[in-house]
Design a protein around this ligand. Structure first.
Ligand SMILES: Cc1cc2nc3c(=O)[nH]c(=O)nc-3n(C[C@H](O)[C@H](O)[C@H](O)COP(=O)(O)OP(=O)(O)OC[C@H]3O[C@@H](n4cnc5c(N)ncnc54)[C@H](O)[C@@H]3O)c2cc1C
Length: 425
């Protein structure tokens, strides 16, 4: 039997099969009769968070927009909808999401379950947009949850790590559509990045800094800015010593910018500027592994210098690193719970042996700053250390036990990082 694997191909799922129900009632039946089961999104996570020894359920066939409510400024979607598809729909109807990740290919449900984020000091992670959800719980029943009816508890359910059930519907906050432009600057010295970190973050709606940590500089700074009446008005040729790029660039040296969203200040709708990569192309490199650590914003300069000190050790295995910012939120299992953060991301060559050796170096370098790993990427931090960084973990455990008393949605990842129990089978 051929087993299914994740997007990166570094993980073969233990699940015997992936089933794709055509309706919510079919999905409910599958959950009801299964002993162990878990929802699968678009498979873009790099670790075993989505795996189960039982049956994986993909909602790829449940991918419709259910309702757009212009008055309450919300959109309700089925659990299999992907960001690229939703972005195009919302823009055509005059609306927008506040933020997107680097790629539009991922499912909304899967992204929110892992606290996936974009960038911007005023932008929370993508899960902060969720105001209501419908979930199939372990008895196969549909449960409606919302910010209004469930208050604080709702904040515990959105970044669910897939542990509460199968999300069949999400309602998201929306705003009027808007235009963005992307301008890329080259060669920002690390000294300038550190001393002007806050100024640079405040300059744009969303900021990404790219480096390989080898030469004390960020090779590229991507600024995504709202388009003003005079598009040429506020584009200085220099940014603290970095110079404005004169051609579109890929964040990875040597790769064609064809797969990237338009740059050079060309105005465009939010959903074609917030992601770095275009829906019709393979995002990022394609053959890669990824890791990412969140550190409180206040430690940005010190954390960047700590990574720079080990830059020589990690650069051989690295394709590129990206630094972004995320606003604080109230979601229990979000790495940015009550703390604005920077996220230091690593796109690695697909060599797990090398990466596994290097991750402890990064985790040690960042340890003075209470790092939290991205739920969907690769890390080696001991599970008890991860658990200790989540203040609301005991509340989340109770929530999981209430929703899934028989452990139908449990898996080894949740056992390790939520319950601290040995690997389940
Ligand atoms: C090229 C690339 C670029 C990336 N860029 C970013 C980025 O810019 N920012 C960032 O933060 N992350 C990024 N990621 C990581 C990615 O966003 C997360 O791993 C995200 O969870 C992937 O969503 P998915 O739909 O593939 O979920 P999966 O990996 O399929 O599943 C993730 C979790 O969601 C749960 N889940 C999925 N669907 C449902 C559902 N319907 N109901 C309940 N639970 C569900 C699964 O059970 C699992 O626990 C990137 C990944 C790749 C491969």
């Amino acid at each position: 039997m051929t087993r299914e694997h994740n997007w990166a191909g570094n993980l073969t799922y233990a699940a015997a099969d992936v089933t794709q129900p055509d309706s919510v009632s079919q999905l409910q039946e599958i959950v009801q009769r299964s002993h162990r089961v878990r929802a699968l999104g678009t498979r873009h996570s790099f670790n075993d968070i989505a795996d189960t020894p039982g049956t994986l359920i993909s909602l790829a066939r449940l991918d419709h927009v259910v309702r757009l409510d212009a008055t309450s400024r919300t959109v309700t979607i089925e659990g299999g909808v992907r960001y690229g598809q939703l972005g195009e729909y919302l823009h055509a109807h005059g609306f927008a999401l506040r933020n997107m990740a680097s790629l539009p290919h991922i499912s909304v449900a899967g992204a929110c379950a892992t606290a996936t984020h974009g960038s911007g000091v005023r932008n929370g992670n993508l899960a902060t947009a969720v105001s209501a959800m419908e979930v199939v719980t372990s008895d196969g029943e549909l449960e409606a949850l919302s910010r209004v009816t469930h208050g604080d508890e709702f904040d515990g359910t959105v970044v669910s790590l897939g542990a509460l059930g199968v999300i069949t519907q999400l309602t998201l906050d929306i705003v009027p559509t808007f235009q963005l432009r992307q301008d890329v600057y080259e060669n920002l010295s690390l000294a300038s990045a550190v001393s002007h970190f806050d100024d640079i973050q405040q300059m744009a709606y969303s900021v990404s800094l790219f480096t390989d940590w080898t030469n004390d500089r960020f090779a590229q700074v991507w600024l995504k800015r709202e388009v003003t009446a005079d598009p040429e008005a506020d584009v200085p040729p220099e940014l603290f010593g970095a110079t404005l790029a004169v051609t579109d660039l890929h964040p990875l040296p040597g790769l064609s910018a064809e797969s990237c969203t338009a740059q050079m200040g060309v105005p465009g709708p939010w959903w074609e500027r917030l992601p770095h990569f275009r829906m019709e192309f393979t995002p990022s490199h394609g053959a890669e592994l990824q890791s990412e650590y969140f550190v409180p914003y206040q430690y940005a300069g010190n954390a960047l210098q700590a990574i720079l000190r080990i830059g020589g050790d990690i650069s051989q295995a690295l394709l590129v690193s990206e630094v972004r910012t995320i606003a604080a939120d109230a979601l229990w299992m979000s790495p940015c719970y009550r703390t604005a953060c920077i996220a230091i991301h690593f796109t690695w060559k697909p060599d797990w042996t090398a990466v596994r050796r290097l991750l402890p170096l990064i985790e040690a370098a960042l340890s003075p700053f209470d790092p939290r790993p991205h739920w969907g990427k690769l890390f080696t931090m001991p599970a008890d250390e991860v658990r200790s960084r989540y203040q609301r973990l005991p509340d989340f455990r109770r929530l999981v036990e209430d929703h899934d008393p028989v452990g139908k949605f449990s898996n080894a990842f949740v056992d390790r990082y939520v319950f601290g129990t040995p690997v389940s089978s």
